[in-house]
Ligand binder design. Structure first.
Ligand code: SAH
Ligand code: SF4
Ligand code: F3S
Length: 506
């Protein structure tokens, strides 16, 4: 069998062509007429989610589509008639994890004499398409991220083809599909914070990244449907929304009557309820505007936290990555953010060992980290992905042991910065939104500060969903430990914070 990495996959141009023709097959999916509901019967579906927050949000869409056509949802794999893996393809080890999992499910399917249906959804499905079936003959459906409305039909088809076992596949990408009308099922949510998808796809084509190939072109969801989803969440008692997209700050929705930028969208979302915190992920430095920074400054419920992936600290490497900013421009942006929003917290993503990275260039990443002093970072070893420009045109020439050592240096430095940044919090008072019990003890609660730092404190009479004023007493490199002072509201906290801040500002 062909090794997966050698598979012939689509080029950038082919992706564009496929998208040009996709999204137009408005096939009538009247489930009753087609008998999809009968196919569903009393079948129970178990969904397992890998990868980024977009996939978590998409699993909610999948659950909603399936529930609407008669399937039940279960959190217990042993009860399931259908197991769906919503997959990630961002790095080789993400795909390896799925292959290992499929191996385990193969045994489960054999134990049940083939009576378990299996689906691979998401980015790995999109990347490998039919090739996945050559590798994994136990898979019954392969569904890309823009084809989830078609799942009932695909499951029906795969089911009716049993026992011959030919799989049903839909991996068409669509510039139109934003699932704007689907209320996602939030079956694994804590009831306090929710993801709201605002756009899909990515047009950036960073040279290392597979996402533009697995998710297709960028498209923005209509603003009214976003606002009504947030309003509905507020009504259900949610206290925090995270607006999601691969590059949220290039959000731009236009129709005959409206033209809304990301800064305007965040502003409007923040006005749905004063008690709803607003976050977003992920933002690209090239689109982080003054207008957006001012929304952070002016709207008390827009969190003082920005995830701003830098990827690298050397301009030449950034250029090879096609990130479209220089080291100096990035640093100027951080400075501008701190000037407009004092106390703003930054986190980042960093890649170690990209093609052609010289030792001094790696040192530039470390020195940039020292200049910025991120509160948190996600750090990765470069992993070559088929189809990408880097895989086709650049040489993955940093030996693995060197990549590993550089990554460890980056992680070591970040751990020091995280610890020091947490130590500076000792003695401060934060407004913490309680997400639930802490991992270690039911007697303690876990929540987050406005700046996205995790805090643990004694439960007393406080509850999930409360805003609590907490004084920070101690910390580890990842968590703050505090004492609860009193319950509060976001509006109240904003008022008292501005009173406390006033003398310093004067
Ligand atoms: N859209 C987001 C990132 C999505 S992927 C953004 O642009 O910020 C999340 C992170 O995975 C990236 O920021 C990058 O740091 C990392 N990543 C992406 N492709 C990678 C690769 N081929 N090897 C290693 N890390 C990668
Ligand atoms: Fe990938 Fe770059 Fe798009 Fe992020 S902005 S998803 S890193 S191509
Ligand atoms: Fe992975 Fe796809 Fe997200 S590749 S990181 S699940 S967009």
């Amino acid at each position: 069998m062909e090794p997966i990495e050698d598979l012939d996959v689509l080029s950038e141009d082919e992706v564009r062509q496929r998208e040009a023709g996709a999204g137009s097959d408005d096939e009538d999916l009247d489930r009753v007429e087609h008998g999809y509901e009968e196919a569903a019967g009393a079948k129970q579906v178990y969904i397992e989610t890998y990868g980024c927050q977009m996939n978590v949000a998409d699993s909610g869409v999948v659950a909603s589509v399936l529930e609407d056509s008669g399937y039940g949802l279960t959190q217990d794999q042993d009860e399931a008639d259908v197991v769906l893996l919503n997959t990630c393809a961002i790095r080789e080890n993400a795909e390896q994890k799925i292959r290992t999992r499929l191996g385990m499910l193969r045994a489960e399917k054999e134990k049940r004499d083939g009576e378990l249906m299996m689906g691979v959804l998401g980015c790995m499905a999109e990347r490998l398409r039919e090739k996945l079936l050559e590798q994994e003959d136990l898979v019954d459906v392969v569904v890309g991220p823009d084809a989830y409305r078609d799942l009932p039909r695909l499951l029906y088809e795969a089911d009716s083809r049993k026992p011959s076992g030919q799989a049903a596949v839909n991996v068409e990408l669509s510039k139109q599909e934003t699932y704007e009308d689907i209320q996602p099922v939030r079956y694994d949510s804590n009831g306090v914070s929710a993801y709201v998808s605002i756009m899909r796809g990515c047009d950036n084509m960073c040279t290392f990244c597979v996402v533009p190939f697995t998710r297709g072109r960028e498209s923005s969801r209509p603003v009214t449907t976003i606002l009504s989803e947030v309003a509905q969440l507020a009504e259900e008692g949610y206290k925090e929304v995270t607006l999601l997209g691969q590059n949220v700050n290039s959000y731009h929705y236009t129709d005959d009557d409206t033209s809304v930028t990301f800064a305007e969208l965040v502003d409007r979302v923040s006005r749905v309820s004063p008690e709803m915190r607003v976050r977003y992920s992920t933002s690209h430095p090239k689109d982080c505007t003054d207008a957006l920074l001012k929304v952070h400054r002016d709207r008390p419920n827009v969190c003082n936290y920005i995830h701003l992936p830098v990827q690298h600290g050397n301009t030449e490497v950034l250029d090879r990555m096609r990130r479209t900013y220089t080291r100096e421009e990035y640093l100027a942006l951080i400075e501008r953010g701190r000037e407009l929003c004092p106390g703003v917290s930054f986190s980042t993503d960093i890649i170690a060992g990209f093609c052609g990275e010289a030792e001094e260039q790696h040192q530039d990443t470390l020195s940039l980290m020292r200049e910025v002093r991120y509160d948190h970072a996600y750090m990765f070893k470069y992993s070559e992905r088929p189809q990408t420009y880097a895989a086709r045109k650049l040489e993955d020439d940093v030996p693995d042991d060197v990549k590993q050592r550089r990554l460890e240096e980056i992680i070591g430095l970040q751990n020091r910065h995280s610890k020091e940044s947490n130590e500076e919090e000792i003695g401060r008072i934060h407004t913490v939104l309680v997400e639930g019990a802490s991992k270690k003890s039911d007697e303690q609660l876990f929540g987050r500060t406005d700046t996205n730092k995790g805090v643990v404190f004694d439960r007393e009479d406080y509850e999930q969903g409360d805003y609590v004023k907490v004084r920070i007493e101690d910390c580890t490199s990842s968590t703050l430990l505090g004492t609860a002072l009193e319950k509060t509201t976001l509006e109240e906290a904003a008022r008292t914070d501005s009173i406390t801040a006033a003398p310093a500002a004067a």
